[in-house]
Design a protein around this ligand. Structure first.
Ligand SMILES: [Zn+2]
Length: 101
């Protein structure tokens, strides 16, 4: 099985005994349903200026009444998630005895 190039590396920490890291869909995220900007923002620590990413979001999740969107770069960099086959994916520990890719 060849992994797509945009897959991030699995977590560096070892998964629990008897499991391996496997790419699995994350049901708490979905692809954006309407155009929105990436919510990621950074502050330089000196001024109060906030630099917003502002790229078009590719994925989003609901937090209460809010929906937060992130671009592909920050979906990976901040949440370790990525889009594959129109699903938002994450690394999950799965038992090696079954359901192993
Ligand atoms: Zn972004």
């Amino acid at each position: 099985m060849s992994a797509p190039l945009d897959r991030p590396q699995p977590p560096r920490v070892a998964p629990p005994d008897g499991t391996i890291w496997a790419a699995r869909p994350d049901p708490t995220w979905s692809l954006t349903t309407q155009p929105r900007d990436c919510r990621h923002a950074t502050s330089d620590g000196h001024s109060r200026r906030v630099n917003r990413c502002g790229q078009p979001a590719t994925a989003e999740y609901e937090a209460g009444v809010q929906t937060y969107g992130y671009c592909g770069e920050h979906l990976r960099g901040r949440y370790g998630r990525w889009v594959e086959n129109a699903q938002v994916m994450r690394w999950l520990p799965v038992p090696t005895t079954k359901d192993t890719p």
